[in-house]
Design a protein around this ligand. Structure first.
Ligand SMILES: Nc1nc2c(ncn2[C@@H]2O[C@H](COP(=O)(O)OP(=O)(O)OP(=O)(O)O)[C@@H](O)[C@H]2O)c(=O)[nH]1
Length: 144
């Protein structure tokens, strides 16, 4: 996947299809690639399509356990765990963003703050020049 897809990501949801073993096997490759670009972001593992055969929820999927990642059984078709999964992912992303020790995040944060400071300064300058314009256009009382 192109590096730009990982850019500024604060969480990752890795989904595999319980009906296609290859998608589970491929998680290793996806995970390695993710960590190249985003070494510390929270990552959640999702087993999707459990509606097709609920017995699959009795199985062990060690990939997540091995890496100590949160794991969810999901059905996008009937909605099982979908809201829970996204709510938890958002919570993890927000808390990661607020307390990231990752060098690239800190650089990005500095750049964002710099942009914000610049905007505030420009707005303040605009306010001042409006005021000057206003002052120069106020009709002065004529004192004979
Ligand atoms: N039974 C079932 N089918 C699902 C579920 N989620 C997706 N599908 C079906 O799986 C197929 C692929 O879904 P897409 O939304 O295209 O997902 P994708 O990630 O683009 O999948 P791929 O094209 O297989 O890589 C579609 O026919 C969906 O209807 C699910 O939870 N249960």
């Amino acid at each position: 996947m192109h590096a730009s897809y990982y850019h500024k990501a604060h969480a990752c949801i890795m989904v595999f299809d319980v009906q296609r073993k290859i998608t589970y096997k491929n998680l290793n490759t996806w995970y390695q690639e993710l960590r190249e670009y985003r070494p510390e972001i929270p990552c959640i593992v999702v087993a999707n399509k459990i509606d097709a055969d609920l017995k699959v929820t009795q199985k062990n999927f060690n990939f997540a356990k091995k890496l100590n990642l949160p794991f969810y059984f999901v059905s996008a078709a009937d909605g099982t765990n979908v809201v829970k999964l996204f709510t938890d992912a958002i919570k993890l992303a927000v808390s990661y963003k607020q307390d990231s020790q990752d060098f690239m995040d800190q650089v990005m944060q500095e750049l964002e703050n710099f942009e914000l400071d610049k905007k505030v300064e420009e707005e303040e300058e605009d306010d001042l020049s409006d005021k000057e314009e206003y002052d120069t256009h106020v009709a002065k009382p004529h004192i004979p």
